[in-house]
Design a protein. Structure first.
Length: 421
């Protein structure tokens, strides 16, 4: 990866028969059994089609919906095993992922949502990788997790596992979580490597690369919930000599904060921070970003409005395609965000038709770097999600996308079936 950027139940009984008290035999307790392994998994079938013309991440040649040339598909299976106490309080966890095109590239599709090889779909009929392999240990109010693992966005906003694709990206890291302070969670981490979760056959998610050579990236997060309904989070990342500059390298530092008040029927949140990536030619100044969000519920309909602004850089994160911003939409998974952009999103969702229906509209105002050509865009997302059985879920999405730097607008359809076992 380029240098661009975690019963015992006690009982006593007396048996009485005919008024006589029978002595109770002493109970010999067996040694406590070691914690059992827990096994689980899920199978995924993922299909996407669009009618795009010359848009990165969508179609490359243009066509109609459901054409082979503008469609992609993958089938995947994940097997998981976890044990909180293998020996002496040390736990372990593993997850193995497998992907297959099911030979659909010869009849129905010409691309895959995730890649497992050299970028040529003809050579990618099968592939697999170890997505998680970690050890855990807890003492007092402190927990340690070391190895390949998922990292949550809430505690690691610039290096988190994205779950919009067939499988989420993961990280080689060591994380330490402490809750000694009342209502406060402190997370320290060293992120040594990551794979990439991006669209298409050319993005090889099986390939884990070191971050910042062998130096990695250091992270510390503090999250406090002392005030009812209010969550305050602050995060700092540091990578020594990680930023590429016009004359060599410089330190990378990221400072990010988030304050969210959620009372159920009403919520408000703000976020912001700065990325110092040195004096790289495309980012002469520190990148700054700010976001705000309002949420509310009216007559069973959940409403949302969000705004974000980014200056002197393109907002992104380590190992994925989206960002920490509240304004992420489906297109952000497929098309990189522009530098110096303002984005507005309004949306709503409600339970209906045996599932949940969500809709959102997004407007972006941005200029392309260097050329200063307009990259303004409009987007409409409609998503329906339902559980057909206790184990089988289905998600269907429609996206309309129109941008100034495109030949024409895009219609996109995505269908995902997920079976948990």
């Amino acid at each position: 990866m380029k240098k661009t950027l975690l019963l015992s139940v006690v009982a006593s009984t007396m048996i009485m028969a005919g008024g006589d008290i029978a002595p109770v035999e002493p109970v010999v307790e067996a040694p406590a059994a070691a914690a059992a392994w827990e096994f689980s998994g899920n199978a995924v079938v993922y299909y996407q089609t669009d009618d795009a013309v010359q848009v990165s991440g969508l179609g490359a040649t243009g066509g109609d919906l459901f054409d082979q040339d503008t469609s992609a598909a993958d089938a995947g299976i994940q097997l998981r095993a976890a044990n909180k106490d293998v020996v002496a309080g040390i736990g372990a966890g593993f997850a193995v992922n497998g992907l297959s095109t099911l030979n659909l590239e010869n009849t129905i599709v010409s691309n895959t949502p995730q890649g497992t090889g050299n970028g040529d779909i003809d050579d990618m009929t099968d592939g697999g990788w170890i997505a998680e392999a970690y050890l855990t240990y807890e003492f007092g109010n402190t927990g340690i997790k070391a190895g390949r693992q998922t990292l949550p966005q809430s505690l690691s906003p610039f290096a988190y596992s994205e779950n919009w694709n067939v499988f989420a990206n993961t990280f080689d890291a060591v994380t330490v979580v402490n809750t000694d302070i009342s209502n406060t969670t402190i997370v320290g981490g060293w992120i040594a490597g990551a794979n990439t979760n991006a669209w298409g056959a050319t993005n090889n998610i099986t390939d884990f690369n070191s971050l910042n050579d062998e130096d990695g990236v250091w992270m510390i997060t503090a999250q406090n919930k002392s005030i009812e309904n209010l969550t305050l989070t602050g995060t700092y990342y540091f990578g020594s000599d990680m930023a590429v500059t016009a004359t060599g390298t410089d330190d990378l530092s990221i400072l990010w904060g988030d304050a969210a008040y959620d009372a159920g029927s009403f919520g408000v949140a703000i976020q912001g921070g700065q990325v110092d990536a040195g004096s790289f030619a495309a980012q002469a100044d520190d990148m700054t970003a700010f976001g705000a969000k309002l949420t509310g519920t009216v007559s069973g309909i959940n409403l949302m409005g969000a705004y974000s602004t980014v200056s002197d850089g393109a907002m992104g994160q380590i190992g994925g395609s989206t960002s920490a911003l509240y304004t992420n939409t489906v297109i952000d998974q497929l098309v990189g965000r522009e530098m110096d952009e303002d984005k507005f999103v309004v949306g709503a969702n409600m339970d209906a038709l045996g599932g949940n229906i969500a809709a959102a509209y997004a407007n972006v105002s941005a200029d392309k770097p260097v050329t200063n050509l307009s990259a303004d865009s409009d987007e409409i997302d409609v998503v329906y999600a339902t559980n057909l059985t206790d184990s089988l879920g289905l998600t269907a999405a429609y996206v309309y996308y129109d941008a100034d730097d495109m030949v024409d607008s895009v219609n996109l359809v995505r269908i995902i079936a997920n079976y948990n076992f």
